[in-house]
Design a protein around this ligand. Structure first.
Ligand code: GLA
Length: 392
């Protein structure tokens, strides 16, 4: 009898504890709010000016989880299974908002208005010179001092199509960071049931301007960044890359890949040639170059633009894009400066980026040299990139 009473008491305790937890979840703003079974929202902190920032947790039916904040549209974590079904985080980053605000080497963010570099921080359009912020020596990099990676986006989750999406919008004012025209930007992240992180970008200006949006996750497919990325096996579906000058601005000439360290047409370990004697590798301290995708003319997404395989975990990632180019950056400037999630210190080459985009410095090239990045008032910029996860 005593035993039965004890069991009943324990049961009552457990039930009341659970009830309290549920009340908390709905009631307090800093507790996760379940918006549907696919998306949760939680308050994630405030910026110095008091702007509140949230973090959204997107899931799919296979258990993949993407956490995205509306500060910079940063993908804070992305959990995918290894070949034993064990989830691991495949992107570098921090645990707190404050760390992202303090010093972020573009971990996981949306990059804009113009991803990559613009030489001497300026371009000419219709006889007028537009001076941009110079934040990379003499050059303009990734949209300037306060690019789209450092602004608070308005976020609206959407599960109406049965998948978790996060709609992020931002209106970039005329002359922000030196660019002409107000620009309405919308970026939609979707974690699909095909195990894809799909990113669609839309932008509409009210004056003629340049737009080149990209995403800057540093991937490490070992899961929770266990070691460097040199044993990851990479392929890029490309016929050439753009060699750069000492300040990483393309010199304009397309260089064929044949047998060079830049030839990833057949899958190859990233580390195989990264320290080879090659002037371009010295300049970039490794790979930090734009490859011209084979789909450049069609912009179709039938074949992957790049694939990456991590042999120990078995994780396999494919990248599909409508963009003409891809910047492969082998994390050459991480340098042990950043203490990331789980206290892991990211050393050089502990993460790689595959930034789908138009070619660097396009605003300073003649219209027919490279695909244009001009967007006219009233017309729309749009592009799509998919990072798709599997195991082998
Ligand atoms: C890009 C650039 C790199 C570097 C990183 C950020 O990918 O191409 O040179 O600036 O961003 O550290």
């Amino acid at each position: 009898m005593k035993f039965l009473n004890a069991i009943i008491l324990v049961l009552i305790l457990v039930v009341s504890l659970l009830a309290c937890r549920q009340e908390d979840t709905g009631g307090k703003s800093n507790q996760p709010v379940k918006m549907s079974s696919l998306v949760q929202k939680e308050a994630w902190g405030k910026l110095a000016d008091g702007s509140p920032v949230d973090r959204y947790t997107l899931t799919n039916k296979h258990g993949l989880v993407a956490q995205i904040t509306n500060y910079g549209g940063i993908v804070v974590s992305l959990m995918t299974p290894d070949r034993n079904g064990k989830l691991g985080d495949v992107v570098l980053g921090y645990e707190t908002l404050d760390e992202y605000v303090k010093d972020n080497p573009y971990f996981g963010c949306i990059v804009g208005r113009f991803g990559n570099r613009i030489a001497n921080g300026q371009f000419e359009m219709d006889g007028k010179t537009y001076k941009l912020a110079k934040n990379d020596g003499e050059n303009h990099l990734h949209g300037g001092l306060k690019g789209f990676d450092k602004v608070v986006w308005e976020a609206i989750p959407d599960t109406s199509k049965g998948e978790a999406s996060l709609n992020l919008t931002y209106v970039s004012p005329d002359m922000e960071e030196g660019y002409p025209g107000n620009l309405e930007v919308r970026v939609v992240y979707t974690l699909t049931h095909n195990n894809e992180l799909k990113i669609t970008y839309f932008a509409t200006p009210d004056k003629k301007t340049h737009v080149n949006l990209t995403h800057h996750s540093y991937f490490n497919l070992t899961g929770n960044a266990q070691r460097d990325i040199l044993d990851h096996v990479l392929s890029i579906t490309s016929n050439g890359f753009l060699p750069v000058d000492a300040s990483l601005i393309p010199m304009g000439t397309l260089t064929s890949l044949n047998g060079s360290p830049f030839d990833f047409r057949k899958p190859k370990r990233i580390g195989l040639d990264i320290n080879a004697e090659h002037e371009q590798l010295k300049i970039g301290h490794g790979y930090d170059h734009c490859w011209l995708l084979s789909s450049i003319k069609t912009g179709n997404m039938k074949n992957p633009a790049a694939t990456v395989y991590e042999p120990i975990s078995g994780r396999f990632m494919e990248v599909y894009t409508t963009d003409p180019g891809i910047q492969f950056y082998s994390g050459n400037f991480l340098d042990g400066k950043y203490k990331g999630k789980g206290g892991v210190v990211y050393q050089d080459r502990w993460g790689f980026c595959l930034e789908t985009q138009h070619f660097p410095d396009t605003p300073n090239r003649s219209q027919n040299e490279w695909p244009s990045t001009v967007v006219m008032p009233g017309s729309h910029y749009s592009s799509t990139t998919i990072y798709k996860f599997a195991v082998k």
